[in-house]
Design a protein around this ligand. Structure first.
Ligand SMILES: [Zn+2]
Ligand SMILES: [Zn+2]
Length: 110
C-alpha cells in the first residue's frame, strides 16, 4: 500500500531570515518559530490578501480558538483578534514569556 504523503505540518512557517520586528498580536519581539497568518483564510478567498508574521505560539492560538469561517466573518483584523476574549487572555499570559518561548520541553537545560 502506498504511504500517504506526509503533509507539511506548518506550511506557513517563515524562514528565520524574515523573522524581525514585533509580533502584531502580542507586541513582543518576534523570534523563530514564527508563522505567516493570512488575515483572510486562504481557503475562503484569502489568496493574495495581506499576511502578518506572528509568533508560532500566537498563530496557533488564533487557530485553536477561531474557525476559518469566524476568521473571515469577524476576525480578519489584528484589532478584532486582540479583542477576542480568549485571545486577550492569552496575550496577557504570553506577555511575560521570552520571545523564543514555545515549548518548554524543547529547551532542556543541560
Ligand atoms: Zn506574538
Ligand atoms: Zn493563520
Amino acid at each position: 500500500m502506498p504511504r500517504k504523503a506526509k503533509k507539511a505540518h506548518f506550511p506557513e512557517s517563515a524562514p528565520v531570515s524574515e523573522v524581525e520586528g514585533d509580533c502584531p498580536l502580542c507586541g513582543r519581539l518576534l523570534a523563530p518559530p514564527a508563522n505567516r497568518h493570512h488575515l483572510l483564510p486562504l481557503s475562503r478567498g484569502g489568496k493574495g490578501t495581506p499576511t502578518v508574521l506572528l509568533h508560532k505560539i500566537c498563530h496557533d492560538k488564533i487557530h485553536s480558538v477561531l474557525t476559518e469561517a469566524e476568521l473571515k466573518r469577524s476576525y480578519h483584523t489584528i484589532e478584532a483578534l486582540q479583542q477576542q476574549e480568549e485571545i486577550a487572555t492569552f496575550i496577557r499570559w504570553v506577555q511575560n514569556k521570552s520571545p523564543e518561548f514555545y515549548d518548554r520541553s524543547a529547551r532542556r537545560k543541560k
